[in-house]
Design a protein around this ligand. Structure first.
Ligand SMILES: Nc1ncnc2c1ncn2[C@@H]1O[C@H](COP(=O)(O)OP(=O)(O)OP(=O)(O)O)[C@@H](O)[C@H]1O
Length: 231
């Protein structure tokens, strides 16, 4: 389980989340722009200060009253909307760096990801020479190669064409199911969430308003709209 009980302030915005998230499958995070989705992922990653509260992953304290585990010790992979890569390394070096945590170098998996994500032509380029979509594809490969225990993805496929998107979604689902890899996945697309996710969290104005199995939550969201139409 990922146990979260945090208060995070950012300017005038405040995020208050108390929840328990399954440490299996894919959990989607959905809500209007500015509701705090990125803030939540960054707080879990240890990339922003938490005013009060705690975060525990599989009963290990990541953030408590006295201590906060450094980001690099949290065994997580993340793909944010930007700046997920090391700027001074080219794509091939970013991939190699991401793989360092593994005792055995899995070149077969690296090659599979290079093909899946279409990175062959980009290997010698630096992050500043890549489009946003290309940066995101490289970041997805790095995150998966780092063998994380938890993967945080903030709209990772927003800039990709739909055929590649479908292949990557299938791969993420396969990795999550077969390699005991929980994924927290921020998306603005309910269709994508319905096909991909197992669980769904809905955030509004910095607060969690609904949580549960993806179909239950989506059906509950749809009902008021249906009633309004029928009335
Ligand atoms: N550096 C900052 N200083 C002050 N306020 C900020 C800062 N960054 C973000 N915010 C505010 O924090 C709130 C939450 O932002 P966040 O990026 O988490 O939202 P989001 O749900 O991920 O939005 P989107 O879907 O548009 O990416 C927003 O109201 C935003 O204006």
């Amino acid at each position: 389980m990922l146990d979260i009980d945090i208060c995070v302030r950012q300017g005038r915005f405040q995020l208050n989340i108390q929840t328990c998230i399954a440490d299996t499958g894919i959990t989607a995070i959905y809500g209007p722009s500015g509701c705090g989705k990125t803030t939540l992922l960054r707080a879990i990653a240890g990339l922003m200060p938490i005013q009060t509260g705690s975060i525990q992953f599989r009963q290990v304290c990541w953030h408590g009253q006295r201590d906060s585990m450094p980001v690099h010790r949290r065994r997580l992979g993340y793909v944010f909307q930007e700046n997920s890569l090391l700027r001074h390394l080219n794509v091939a070096q970013n991939l190699a760096f991401a793989q360092q945590r593994q005792p055995q170098l899995d070149t077969g998996y690296q090659q599979e990801l290079i093909e899946l994500l279409g990175l062959q032509e980009l290997l010698k380029r630096y992050p500043t020479e890549l489009s946003l979509g290309e940066q995101q594809r490289v970041a997805i490969a790095c995150a998966l190669l780092s063998k994380p225990q938890l993967l945080l993805m903030d709209e990772p496929l927003a800039s990709l064409d739909s055929e590649r998107k479908q292949r990557i979604l299938q791969h993420l689902k396969h990795r999550s199911e077969n390699f005991n890899l929980p994924i927290l996945y921020v998306s603005h697309h309910l269709g994508e969430i319905a096909t991909l996710a197992d669980h769904l969290l809905i955030i509004e104005d910095g607060a969690l308003i609904k949580q549960g199995p993806v179909n239950t939550v989506i059906n509950a969201m749809a009902k008021p709209a249906l009633i309004t139409v029928e009335d």
